[in-house]
Ligand binder design. Structure first.
Ligand code: ATR
Length: 282
């Protein structure tokens, strides 16, 4: 009898960034690989900007079935891809890669990650308000604003230290976005039931985000997308006012779901055990 030898190829994905040592994605995907008993791997790939094109040219050859993309490559990686989703196109940024019919594709799952976290932490939030105030106008704000518009918000006021960046979001996403200076914040807060912080203020090592939450109406939701620390001064202040506070960890966890499913064929759960596993590392 002829012996048949099956060679199982290990399915590998990676996080591409520069630097990548602080990324929690390997911990997160490693947890799921273990939980579902899958024979896969998730690695760190530290790639300098000048090496990105050659790294991506050899991506499939290195055995990768896909990966995530982080700073500083989220925009520049687009030139290396065969196709991107409508969301990634609208963002001008990609955070998730996979192969489809031999073509390297890119998506931006920060949008679904943000929305899933908010849905989980504040169910029905989008029935409570038609307007939102977003603090910050950087890369993360782009995904947040796009997600809020997709969910039908009639006005998304973007308040940022440098007004030009807020105004660039208005130009990108249209007239439902209002670019506003910091001084306009008290009045804007009085007219919304959702405040989202996308600035780096409140992150460990950064100054706290010192704003007065008093003008927010009762029943308002405050979401900080910062998750180190988990309990930011903004969230503490929101709880002290009796408002619903939603931390940012779920955005990280939920944005990872579509990639894992594409690479390893299992749609993973964002469970309490996963959350505890990541919290232990924060
Ligand atoms: P990310 O991709 O995480 O959004 P980013 O693009 O560097 O990061 O954006 C950081 C955001 O935090 C910006 O909105 C930034 O405001 P500016 O556009 O004016 O730089 C905001 N931010 C950072 N430090 C700040 C500070 N000390 N005061 C106010 N806003 C700050």
């Amino acid at each position: 009898m002829r012996e048949r030898i099956m060679t199982l190829q290990l399915r590998k994905a990676c996080i591409i960034g520069y630097p990548v040592k602080h990324s929690r994605s390997p911990l997160l995907h490693g947890h799921w690989l273990h939980e579902y008993g899958l024979d896969g791997a998730y690695e760190r790939a530290e790639v300098a900007p000048e090496d990105l094109a050659s790294f991506m040219a050899g991506f499939a050859g290195k055995g990768y079935v896909g990966g995530n993309v982080t700073v500083p490559h989220k925009e520049s990686i687009m030139a290396c891809l065969d196709a991107v989703t409508e969301t990634a196109q609208a963002m001008g940024a990609v955070n998730t890669l996979w192969f489809e019919g031999g073509r390297l594709c890119g998506d931006n799952t920060d949008v679904v990650g943000f929305l899933a976290n908010l849905d989980e932490g504040a169910p029905g939030w989008d029935a409570r308000t038609r307007t939102v105030v977003v603090l910050g106008a950087g890369g993360a704000a782009k995904a947040v604003v796009y997600g809020l518009l997709q969910r039908g918000m009639e006005r998304v006021a973007v308040v940022n230290r440098s007004f030009e960046r807020a105004d660039a979001l208005r130009e990108r996403f249209g007239s439902r976005v209002l670019a506003a200076p910091w001084e306009a914040l008290p009045a804007l807060l009085g007219e919304t039931k959702l405040l989202v912080n996308t600035t780096s203020l409140g992150m460990s090592g950064q100054p706290p985000l010192a704003i007065d939450l008093e003008p927010l109406p009762s029943g308002a939701v405050v979401n900080d997308i910062v998750y180190v620390p988990l309990e930011t001064p903004l969230l503490t202040a929101a709880r002290a006012r009796g408002l619903l506070a939603v931390d940012g960890l779920g955005m990280l966890l939920h944005q990872a779901v579509p990639g894992f499913e594409r690479w390893f064929g299992v749609r993973p759960q964002v469970s309490a055990a996963l959350r505890a596993h990541i919290v232990a590392d924060i």
